[in-house]
Design a protein around this ligand. Structure first.
Ligand code: GRF
Length: 199
């Protein structure tokens, strides 16, 4: 039976990438084919190697070069691409070829706190500054505009007045760990139900 082949793109700590690799380890229907990073010394690299998953490192110039990542994904028969903290704009040829097959997790309740410059701690600092009483995560398809692709799911957490941006970040990470792989599994199931059993 054909396995659904996933590529994960990540640039940072890699807690989501690691969670995904663990969640789909020895899965009958889903295979994490490789993790791509544009930051060789980022912790995600070590987490990938530790788990025995192929790590592919590329430069920012390579990411930006039309055809480079697309060729890589096609040569490995990738079905889905998961963005887990990938801090580089996705090339348009990849977005067009993988329409509704690239999924991102954003650490806020979009459309709030999305767009250019809204990543990592910047998001949680902005949430704090705006006196928000709740925040959360948005899992969405990737379109050509930052954080504007079709939404798949949102999960909420409450914010206390005393919460620092670091505490907010921790709450957001817990939501990501709990829900992101599960939502992806569900989307994959919709994609090719006839090829997949036991999801
Ligand atoms: C996550 O908070 C995710 O929402 C955002 O980037 C962060 C990546 O964190 N897109 P990690 O590298 O998975 O720990």
């Amino acid at each position: 039976m054909k396995k659904v082949r996933i590529a994960i793109f990540a640039s940072g700590t890699g807690s989501n990438a690691a969670n995904m690799m663990d969640y789909f380890k020895n899965n009958d229907t889903v295979k994490i084919e490789f993790v791509l990073t544009n930051k060789q010394d980022a912790p995600v690299s070590e987490k990938t190697i530790e788990r025995g998953v192929q790590l592919i490192t590329c430069s920012n110039q390579e990411v930006d070069k039309l055809g480079f990542i697309l060729g890589l994904c096609e040569s490995k028969n990738i079905d889905f691409i998961i963005l887990a903290g990938f801090l580089r704009k996705i090339p348009t040829d990849l977005i067009q070829r993988f329409k509704n097959k690239i999924i991102n997790v954003h650490p806020s309740l979009l459309p709030k706190f999305g767009g250019v410059g809204m990543y990592g701690m910047h998001v949680h600092e902005a949430v704090k500054k705006a006196y928000e009483t709740e925040s959360g995560i948005t899992i969405h398809y990737v379109s050509e505009n930052f954080d504007e692709g079709q939404r798949i799911a949102q999960f909420f957490t409450s914010i206390q007045k005393s919460d620092t941006p670091q505490i907010i970040q921790h709450k957001i990470h817990l939501l990501e760990q709990m829900y992101f792989p599960f939502v992806i599994e569900n989307e994959i199931k919709k994609f090719n139900e006839s090829d997949i059993i036991n999801l």
